[in-house]
Design a protein around this ligand. Structure first.
Ligand SMILES: Nc1ncnc2c1ncn2[C@@H]1O[C@H](COP(=O)(O)OP(=O)(O)OP(=O)(O)O)[C@@H](O)[C@H]1O
Length: 629
């Protein structure tokens, strides 16, 4: 959905939904429909809350019930038991949820070991602990449950059900608006990058900790506020009704079904899932709910892994038309309940959109890079430490348990240099690159960039200090176009820029590497060489002083290697010092102004390439076999 369409459609939808309650009697809308809509809005709120962190960033949480529980108990204890103003309890619910999120985030997001499934397990444990606390502690619940009466509400609103509906609409609308804004601003881009390749994002200057924490807090506040309203909805808050495992299961099913990369995904998912659940219950098949939902999820994950919303929004007119026609036809032909007809209409529209999208086929493959051209290699003259010192790696050691990957290695990189870093397999080259990029903390020694000691700095700050790297196996942000991959580095670079300016600034690095004509393609259509060029363009966009190329030529054919060499030379000519890790000596000697040889974690030689290659120790340790070959 374009931003313009969303900015018009969203307020209109909210106004129409509000009118359903305000003019309910005039429009003849049954109260039962309002109850159903209130339930849908609750799940829209909770699924959007989950999606803001887990859907956008890929940090799967099973702890949604913690926020629902905190919110519901804030209202139940303060309003239900002590008569505190209901709106004050909503604020308390938001504050307590935010505090919990800050505690979880401060722990989980600091430690790399708590990523992936460990994060999911951690979040799973939280509601269990809170549920036990609520059950044991008599000032909270004590196992009895708490009755929540009806709060005062403005007289003009009508029934309590209308008030509940309107307040649920307000909360769900605010949640979706937050998700929309986040998706379109820096935080959304940062979370997408975290989802696709967190280490890479961090290395490009994205302060991942900060963005993840903000997303977690926003998610918690929305979940907590939704939980506070839920207390009114259920009227009796008990541990099992709020800290229940079905809460995370439902929000995950809803978000994945609807489309977790999109702000509207949870809305589409909630409408479909809650309607389906309601219709199954109404037809006496309530116990089949989870089976039907599970089966639907399995089928959809296989045929439409991006969820229903991207399918529908790719063909909005056909989707709306099909849903309307099928709903009307089923209702008239079979005289079934309007909701049954609506469900049939929505499911048919989803299937039709999917079939049409599949028949249209995948996006056409983009032509191979034409601007790539081989440039006759020339041997540069060694500059031998000509420029000022940019980076100094002093007496660095890195131990992995008993493995001494690096031991007392010192290295200086000067302005204008291309340093070739060579050595046998396992000699510590990649480890040294990771230390130079700040993605590994040395066991001993210091990393100094332009006179500043940056040892132990997080990678995004080292990136801002002027160091960029590429990866041996290219790691593009797969959900973004080639241009946006590069724009990310500008957006979060040393002088951060907005999306529009960053996209414009991405042109230059793309031209330098010869990928400009593929700017609108997705990385999936690039071949290995083009992906490696994209790595270089992205690193270049971060405006580095020193570029670290970790085996950027691995797996390329001779023509591609010559082209890559020409690209690297162009980058160098633009004023960037380069450290290149490479097994192909032919290439390193073409490019390097200085050669550093590592052997078993120690620096064996450092000097101009000719002298180093003639060093008997180097020949013995590393080059022997190849030289003879
Ligand atoms: N995360 C890790 N845990 C344990 N040992 C590691 C880890 N990373 C690297 N090592 C070890 O450190 C040593 C140096 O590895 P490194 O990958 O830096 O070498 P390399 O010169 O880049 O090798 P290659 O040319 O094969 O890429 C090896 O013995 C390796 O097994």
């Amino acid at each position: 959905m374009t931003t313009r369409r969303a900015l018009i459609g969203f307020p209109v939808a909210i106004a129409v939904l509000a009118a359903l309650s305000l003019y309910r009697v005039t429009l003849g809308i049954p109260l039962a429909y309002l109850v159903l809509l209130t339930s849908i809005l609750f799940w829209v709120t909770q699924a959007t809350s989950w999606n803001i962190l887990s859907g956008y960033s890929g940090y799967f949480s099973f702890g949604q019930a913690a926020y629902v529980g905190i919110g519901a108990y804030s209202t139940a204890v303060l309003f239900g038991r002590h008569g505190v103003n209901f709106y004050v309890t909503v604020v308390v619910a938001a504050a307590l949820s935010a505090v919990l999120a800050l505690a979880i985030g401060a722990l989980a997001f600091r430690l790399r070991s708590l990523r992936g499934e460990i994060f999911a397990l951690l979040t799973l444990a939280v509601p269990f602990i809170l549920a036990a606390l609520a059950r044991i502690n008599t000032t909270i619940d004590g196992g009895q449950g708490i009755i929540v009466s009806v709060p005062d509400f403005p007289a003009g609103i009508g029934l309590f059900q209308d008030f509940l509906y309107l307040i649920s609409l307000l909360v769900a609308g605010a949640a979706v608006a937050v998700a929309f804004v986040m998706r379109r601003t820096r935080i959304g881009w940062a979370l997408s990058a975290v989802h696709d390749a967190e280490d890479v994002a961090e290395g490009l200057g994205v302060a991942t900790f900060r963005y993840k924490l903000r997303a977690l807090v926003a998610s918690a506040v929305i979940g907590g506020v939704g939980g506070a309203v839920f207390a009114l909805q259920i009227g009796f808050v008990a541990v099992d009704s709020v800290f229940h495992l079905t809460v995370p299961l439902f929000v995950i099913v809803i978000s994945v079904l609807g489309g977790r990369a999109h702000w509207m995904g949870p809305v589409a998912g909630a409408v479909l899932v809650v309607l389906l659940q309601d219709r199954l219950t109404a037809s006496g098949l309530g116990e089949w709910q989870l089976i039907v939902l599970g089966a639907l999820l399995i089928v959809l994950v296989i045929i439409a892994p991006q969820g229903i919303w991207p399918e529908l929004s790719a063909r909005p007119l056909i989707a709306v038309g099909t849903a309307a026609v099928v709903t009307a036809a089923v209702r008239l032909a079979l005289s079934v309940d309007l909701l049954d007809a609506l469900l049939a209409g929505l499911l048919t529209a989803s299937v039709v959109a999917m079939v049409l999208n599949r028949r249209a086929g995948p996006a056409p493959r983009v032509r191979p890079a034409e601007t790539e051209h081989a440039v006759a290699p020339t041997v540069p003259s060694p500059v031998d430490g000509a420029g000022r010192v940019l980076v100094e790696c002093a007496n660095v050691a890195k131990h992995f348990g008993g493995v001494r990957a690096l031991d007392d290695v010192s290295l200086t990189i000067h302005e204008g240099e291309i340093v070739g870093l060579v050595g046998p397999n396992g000699s510590g080259k990649s480890t040294l690159v990771s230390i130079l990029a700040g993605s590994r903390r040395p066991t001993a020694g210091r990393l100094i960039v332009e006179g500043r000691d940056v040892t132990g700095w997080p990678p995004h700050r080292v990136a801002h200090a002027g160091i960029a790297r590429t990866y041996q196996i290219p790691r593009p942000f797969t959900s973004m176009t080639v241009r946006d991959n590069v724009a990310m580095a500008v957006m979060f670079g040393r002088t951060p820029r907005g999306l529009v300016a960053a996209r414009a600034a991405a042109d230059r690095p793309l031209e330098t590497v010869g990928l400009a004509h593929l700017a609108d393609a997705y990385p999936a259509v690039l071949n290995l060489h083009q992906r490696q060029l994209l790595e270089i363009a992205r690193a270049l966009a971060a405006d580095p002083k020193v570029l670290l190329l970790d085996e950027a030529l691995a797996g390329l054919n001779p023509v591609e290697i010559d082209n890559a060499v020409a690209v690297i030379r162009r980058v160098h000519e633009s004023g960037v010092a380069i450290v290149i890790v490479e097994h192909l000596l032919r290439v390193v000697t073409q490019l390097a102004t200085r050669l550093v040889v590592l052997d078993r974690g120690a620096r064996l030689a450092d000097g101009d390439p000719k002298t180093v290659l003639a060093d008997p120790a180097v020949v013995r340790a590393y080059l022997g076999k190849r030289a003879h070959a």
